[in-house]
Design a protein around this ligand. Structure first.
Ligand code: FDA
Length: 394
C-alpha cells in the first residue's frame, strides 16, 4: 500500500459518501472494509429498496447525549441534497409514508451511485481486508491492512455499530476511539423488537396481529410518542411504533400503548348509548382486530353487556385502552436491532467537521457516533450528512 491523504475505515453508507466527496475534492483516499462487498446494509435496507432519506429530517428526530450535535451537519447536507444526487443518476423513487423516500427499483442503485461518485476521484477501495493495526506518530496514521501498511495524515472511523453482527458489524469503532482517548456512550440496541414475559406472555399468542396504535415511552407516558402500526410477535412486540419507542426504552421501564387512537374521549360511553346490548368484546372488535379485541376484553374482565357497566367502569376501561402498560423484559438485542444507539461521544468531536478535538486528523462519522435517528430514512441521512461534513475537512 502507499501514502494517502486520508484513510477511511468502513465502506458503508457514511464511508462511501465521505470517500466520494473527498475524492472529488482531489484527496487521495483509501477506503477499507473487511466485508467482501461495500454497502451491505444499504443493500438489505428498506426491504431491498433502501429508504434512503426522510423529507422531515431535523436534528430533533435523532437521539444523542447532545441533542444539538447533529444539527450543523444535517443543515448543511440535507435530504434535498441527497435527493438531488439520486435524481442526477436518474434513480426513480417514491415517498411511501411519513416523508420516507424509497427507490422504485433496488437499493443496488444507491450503492452503484456511491461507487460511481468514488470513481470520479482518486479513491482506492480495498474490500475483504482486515485492519490489523492502527498507529499514530503525532503527524500520520499508519494502518496495517492484512499486515501491509498504509499511511495518511487523516483517518476516518466509519465502521458503524454492532447491530446485525452476522453481516460483519462490529464494535471496532469504539475500541479504536477509546485507544485514542475518545469516550464512548454505552451502546445499546435501538429500532429493535421488545420481548414480553411474566403476565404479558399471553399477548404472544397474538403473534401476527397488527394494529394502528400510539406507542409511548418515557417519564409517565410522556417523552416519545409514535402513531404507527404495532405488531405482536411470538416473542413480544414489534412493528414501526414499537421499533421507534425501543430506542428510548430502558430496562425496567414501561411502555404505554393507546389501542384506540383517534377515538374521541368518552368513546365507550357513547358506544353504550348507541349499542347498549353489545358486549365490550364486540365493541372493541369494531375498532381493533378480532383476536386483539378478545384478549383486551378478557383482560379488562367485563364479559356482560355494556348496558350493565357503570359509566365509571367504562371510563376506567377506556383509560386503560388508551394507556395499556407493558413492561418488556428485554429486546431482541443487537442480532435484530436496525441500529445501535450510543457510540463515540459527541463531546469529543467537532459538530462541524466530525474531527476529534484532541487528536488532530482523526474523524468519526455515521452510526459509530452517538447519534441515532428515528425509523424512516433518518439514519442514512445522518450517514450521508456526517460523511459529507468530514469530507469537507479532509
Ligand atoms: P454501516 O454499518 O453501513 O457500514 C460500516 C462498514 O464498516 C460496514 O461495511 C462494515 O463491513 C465495516 N466494518 C465494520 N467493522 C470493520 C472492521 N473491523 N474493519 C473494516 N471494516 C469494518 N437506515 C435508513 O435510514 N433507512 C433504511 O431503510 C434502513 N434499513 C435498515 C435495514 C436493516 C436490516 C438494518 C440492519 C439497518 C437499516 N438501516 C436503515 C440503518 C442503516 O443501515 C445504518 O444506519 C447505516 O448503514 C449506517 O451507516 P454507516 O456507514 O455508519 O455504517
Amino acid at each position: 500500500m502507499a501514502d494517502y491523504d486520508a484513510i477511511i475505515l468502513g465502506a458503508g453508507a457514511a464511508g462511501l459518501m465521505c470517500a466520494g466527496v473527498a475524492g472529488q475534492r482531489g484527496r487521495k483516499v483509501l477506503l477499507v472494509d473487511h466485508a467482501d462487498q461495500v454497502g451491505k446494509k444499504i443493500l438489505i435496507s428498506g426491504g431491498g429498496r433502501c429508504n434512503f432519506t426522510n423529507t422531515g429530517t431535523t436534528h430533533e428526530r435523532f437521539l444523542s447525549a447532545n441533542p444539538h450535535f447533529a444539527r450543523s451537519a444535517l443543515d448543511r447536507y440535507t435530504a434535498a441534497d441527497f435527493v438531488a444526487l439520486v435524481d442526477a443518476y436518474g434513480i426513480a423513487w417514491h415517498e411511501k409514508t411519513l416523508g420516507q423516500l424509497f427507490c422504485d427499483g433496488s437499493a443496488r442503485q444507491i450503492v452503484a451511485m456511491l461507487l460511481e461518485e468514488c470513481a470520479k476521484g482518486p479513491v482506492t477501495i480495498a474490500t475483504g481486508r482486515a485492519v490489523t493495526d492502527v498507529a499514530h506518530d503525532g503527524t500520520a496514521f499508519r494502518v496495517a491492512i492484512d499486515g501491509v501498511a498504509a499511511t495518511a495524515p487523516r483517518l476516518v472511523i466509519a465502521t458503524g455499530g454492532p447491530s446485525i453482527p452476522k453481516m460483519g458489524a462490529t464494535g471496532f469503532a469504539y475500541d479504536l476511539a477509546r485507544r485514542f482517548g475518545l469516550k464512548v456512550v454505552e451502546p445499546h440496541p435501538a429500532l429493535v423488537p421488545l420481548t414480553l414475559g411474566g403476565e404479558d406472555v399471553l399477548f404472544r399468542e397474538l403473534s401476527g396481529v397488527a394494529a394502528d396504535v400510539v406507542a409511548r415511552c418515557g417519564p409517565k407516558g410522556g417523552g416519545a410518542a409514535f402513531r404507527e402500526a404495532a405488531l405482536f410477535t411470538h416473542r413480544g412486540l414489534s412493528g414501526p411504533a414499537i421499533l421507534q419507542v425501543s430506542s428510548y426504552w430502558r430496562h425496567g421501564e414501561a411502555i404505554g400503548i393507546d389501542f384506540v387512537p383517534g377515538r374521541d374521549s368518552g368513546w365507550l360511553a357513547a358506544e353504550k348509548r348507541g349499542s347498549p346490548r353489545a358486549t365490550l368484546r364486540r365493541t372493541l372488535a369494531r375498532a381493533l382486530p378480532d383476536r386483539l379485541a378478545e384478549t383486551l376484553a378478557d383482560r379488562l374482565g367485563h364479559p356482560g353487556e355494556l348496558a350493565n357497566l357503570a359509566e365509571r367502569k367504562l371510563a376506567e376501561a377506556e383509560a386503560r385502552l388508551r394507556d395499556w402498560r407493558f413492561v418488556p423484559n428485554g429486546t431482541e438485542g443487537f442480532a435484530k436491532a436496525e441500529v445501535t444507539a450510543g457510540g463515540i461521544a459527541t463531546a469529543g468531536l467537532s459538530q462541524k467537521t466530525m474531527a476529534a478535538k484532541a487528536v488532530f486528523g482523526l474523524y468519526a462519522i455515521g452510526e459509530a457516533v452517538d447519534v441515532t435517528g428515528w425509523l424512516g430514512g433518518y439514519n442514512f441521512q445522518w450517514a450521508w450528512a456526517s460523511g459529507w461534513a468530514a469530507a469537507q475537512d479532509l
